[in-house]
Ligand binder design. Sequence first.
Ligand code: DOR
Ligand code: ZN
Length: 430
Amino acid sequence: MSAVSTGSSSRPLVVTGVHLADGTGTDLAIVDGRFVEVSDAPSDAERIDAGGLIALPGLVDLHAHLREPGREDAETVESGTRAAARGGYTAVFAMPNLTPTTDTAEAAQYVADLGRRDGSCEVVPIGAVTKGREGHELAELGLMAATGVRVFSDDGACVSDSLLMRRALTYLKPYDGVVAQHAQDPRLAGPGACAHESEISGRLGLGGWPTVAESTIIARDVMLAEFTGGRYHACHLSTAESVDVIRWAKKRGINVTAEVTPHHLLLDTPHVETYDTTFKVNPPLRTSEHLEAVREALADGTIDIVGTDHAPHAVQDKDHPFDVALPGMLGLEQALAVVKELMVDTGRMDWATLVERMSATPARIGRLAHQGRPIAVGEPANLVLVDPTRRATVDKNTSASRSRNNPYHGRELPDPVELTVWAGRITYRR
Ligand code: DOR
Ligand code: ZN
């Protein structure tokens, strides 16, 4: 049995009057989980008038924390994928920092099974690189790959041992697997590191993470990727120096991809001045020059994708002094809103490029062949309908997530998602 799930289909659907990402106006029909010619839709199909809306392929998140098994008080596959569907996603890759860790084929199967049972979108397990994500010994990479796992990460922890990184890149080559690195060298962390090392961290008395803790790991890793010929993905880029390294590596022809989160695009270091632990995250929120660098890199393709790093935490894990609270913030429900606001509405990116960054390329990196596909007859019916004008004030209390660590609470943002369809089934409707 495969560890990769596909959705079930349901009632035929006809959507009229939409525009596609390239601006083309069209009607869409969906039967048995696929787009069909409108003339082939049965007369009893549900009809949706979508005049003024934009139809995009369902979004794909290569980086989400769903917390099940282990921390069902913070999130479950049911609640996390409902948040995903509200955000326009039809597939999420589930990071392995669970209890137990997703470091065996059985554990990966279990996460995929939860997705099939409870998912409002496809759930694809990510396997750990090392046993227990402890950074000492490689996990069962081949056995996990044999069940369909293609993405491997110790996310939450950095694979800081160079030899383990070399071996992981080498061993995964025959499986076409990718190592997704959480680049944050623990040796470069200041005492109690929990904020960007800067004038602000000094003034607040918070331990600092210097930018080089990230960029030096990525620099080492891209050289190991070149040396081994393995496939490497840098998670949640947060610094201008990391962007420079990725730009250099790509120019050199190294097989690397990179990701940025919505929060590292939008939120800067001064948010921590209130000591509000909602804004504690790894890597930390950076200063405006770094935000500008990652925005530019996302626009020009140096950064390939947006990954949410949706990281739900229970109140009791956030309600602590800043240095003690757990790091992480929600992302699935507002990711599209943030990228639209910063990149599309400012003219830095068109809708077609957004589809590349949030659907097609994450699916390709994760080797998920049936997701991130164009909206076209014969293709799987994964779709999000977007209202390009609607805005709203984010309210953390209306979230589908079980957690409330929403960094956008109280902020006015686009509120674009009208309807999400996964494999022909409506998974969210406003
Ligand atoms: O802030 C973070 N939270 N960064 C990570 O890499 C892990 C995540 C989590 O699991 O909470
Ligand atoms: Zn993460």
